[in-house]
Design a protein around this ligand. Structure first.
Ligand SMILES: Nc1nc2c(ncn2[C@@H]2O[C@H](COP(=O)(O)OP(=O)(O)OP(=O)(O)O)[C@@H](O)[C@H]2O)c(=O)[nH]1
Ligand SMILES: [Zn+2]
Length: 359
C-alpha cells in the first residue's frame, strides 16, 4: 500500500500469539470467487493461507454461532497444496470451528473464507469482527466482493418482492474491496458505466478490474479495513475517498453512500444516542417518511476531552468504537460515512451537528 504504511507501528504482540487475519470473499453466483481462491492457492506468495469454502454462514449465522456446540465443525475434502496452503470446507460455522482447525493443522498466516453467492456478508462479518473482543485468534481484515462485469448491473436492479434491499446491493454496500471480474465479456463503455453504478452504491471501496480473478494479492490481503490490526489510517478506513458521488442516484431507491464532515468536538454520549436511534431503534426517516436503513457506517470522530481519534465502525445494527492515533496539531474534525438506503444527508448532518459541543 501507499505512504500511510509508514505510520504503522510494528506489531508488539509476541509472534506466537499473533492474530490471524480473515478476509471474507463474497459476490454473486458465478462471479468468480472460486476462480479467485484457486488463483490464490496456486500463486507463490510465501504465505500459509487457509481457504475455507462455502457452507459457512448459511441461515442465521449469528444465532447459529452462538448456539453451536463448542466442539466445532466437520472438515471436508482436505487438500494440502504444495505452496503450503490448505483448502477445506467447513460445515457448520463459528469462529471456534476455525480455531479448532488451526489447533489441528498449525497456525495459518491468513484465512480466506468464500461465502455462498446469495449470502449477506453482514452477519458473517459480525461474527469475526465482534469475536475480537472475546480474544479470538482471528480478526476481520476486510470484505472482498467479486462482481461479474456482465451481469452485475442486472443484479443491482433486481427488485425484491418484499421491497427489501437485494443481495447484490447488500454485498457491494459492505465491500471494502470490489473486484470487477470477467472484464473480457464487456466493452470499455459498459465497464465504465458499471463502475459508476457501483460507485454510486459504495463510493469508498477500492475497485479493481480483472479477468480470471487475477488480482494483485496486496489489493485483497492485509487491508486492515476494520482496524483489527494496529492503528487504522484514513486510507485503511476510507479507501478511495474522493469520489464524491454521494448525490448521484443511478439506481432508483437504491443503496447509496453519504458523507458528513464536521468541525469541532463531539459529545460522546450524544453521538451514542444518535447512533442508537439510527442503527437500533431505526426511527430516523427521510423527508418521505421512509426509514433510513444503514448497512455500513464508518467514521473518524473528534471526541470532547479525548486526545485520540475515535474510529466508529458499524455493520448493520452492530457498532463499535476504538481509539487510535492522536490528533496532535491537526485540526480536530469528524467525518462519518453512511452506506444504506433512504439516507437523507441534511438530516444526518443536522443530527451530527447536534452532537458538536465545541468548535
Ligand atoms: N469469461 C470469463 N469467465 C470467467 C472469468 N473468471 C471466471 N470465469 C468463469 O466463470 C465461471 C464461474 O466462476 P467461479 O469462480 O466458479 O464463480 P463463483 O463465484 O465461485 O461461483 P459460485 O460459487 O457458483 O457462486 C467459471 O466457469 C469460470 O471459469 C473471466 O474473467 N472471464
Ligand atoms: Zn465458488
Amino acid at each position: 500500500m501507499s505512504d500511510d504504511s509508514d505510520g504503522e507501528v510494528p506489531d508488539l504482540v509476541p509472534a506466537d500469539i499473533k492474530k490471524v487475519p480473515i478476509t471474507i470473499i463474497t459476490g454473486f453466483l458465478g462471479a468468480g470467487k472460486t476462480t479467485l481462491l484457486n488463483y490464490v492457492l496456486t500463486e507463490q506468495h510465501g504465505k500459509k493461507i487457509a481457504v475455507i469454502l462455502n457452507e459457512f454462514g448459511e441461515g442465521d449465522s449469528v444465532e447459529k454461532s452462538m448456539s453451536i456446540g463448542q466442539e466445532g465443525a466437520l472438515y471436508e475434502e482436505w487438500l494440502e497444496l504444495r505452496n503450503g496452503c490448505l483448502c477445506c470446507s467447513v460445515k457448520d460455522n463459528g469462529v471456534k470451528a476455525i480455531e479448532n482447525l488451526m489447533s489441528k493443522k498449525g497456525k495459518f498466516d491468513y484465512i480466506l473464507l468464500e461465502t455462498t453467492g446469495l449470502a449477506d456478508p453482514g452477519p458473517i462479518a459480525s461474527i469475526f469482527w465482534l469475536d475480537e473482543e472475546l480474544c479470538s485468534d482471528i480478526y476481520l481484515d476486510g470484505i472482498v466482493v467479486m462482481v461479474d462485469a456482465k451481469y452485475c448491473k442486472k443484479h443491482l436492479h433486481e427488485a425484491k418482492e418484499d421491497g427489501s434491499i437485494n443481495e447484490a446491493q447488500r454485498q457491494i454496500a459492505l465491500a471494502d474491496v470490489i473486484i470487477i471480474n470477467k472484464t473480457d465479456l464487456v466493452s470499455p463503455d459498459e465497464l465504465e458505466s458499471l463502475q459508476q453504478e457501483i460507485r454510486s452504491v459504495n463510493s469508498f471501496a477500492r475497485l479493481h478490474q480483472t479477468t480470471q480473478a487475477k488480482v494483485d494479492l496486496n489489493f485483497i490481503l492485509d487491508i486492515n479495513a476494520y482496524g483489527g490490526h494496529g492503528p487504522t489510517s484514513m486510507e485503511d478506513l476510507f479507501g478511495q475517498r474522493g469520489f464524491s458521488t454521494s448525490d448521484v442516484h443511478t439506481i432508483d431507491k437504491s443503496v447509496t453512500t453519504t458523507t458528513v464532515d464536521l468541525d469541532g468536538d463531539m459529545d460522546r454520549s450524544r453521538l451514542d444516542d444518535f447512533l442508537q436511534r439510527l442503527l437500533w431503534d431505526k426511527n430516523l426517516t427521510d423527508p418521505n417518511n421512509s426509514v433510513m436503513e444503514v448497512l455500513r457506517l464508518k467514521g473518524v470522530v473528534a471526541v470532547m476531552g479525548e486526545e485520540r481519534r475515535m474510529i466508529i465502525q458499524a455493520v448493520h445494527e452492530l457498532y463499535d468504537v476504538q481509539y487510535t492515533t492522536p490528533w496532535n496539531d491537526e485540526q480536530r474534525k469528524s467525518t462519518v460515512v453512511f452506506i444504506g438506503r433512504n439516507l437523507d444527508r441534511s438530516s444526518l448532518q443536522k443530527s451530527l451537528e447536534a452532537c458538536i459541543v465545541s468548535r
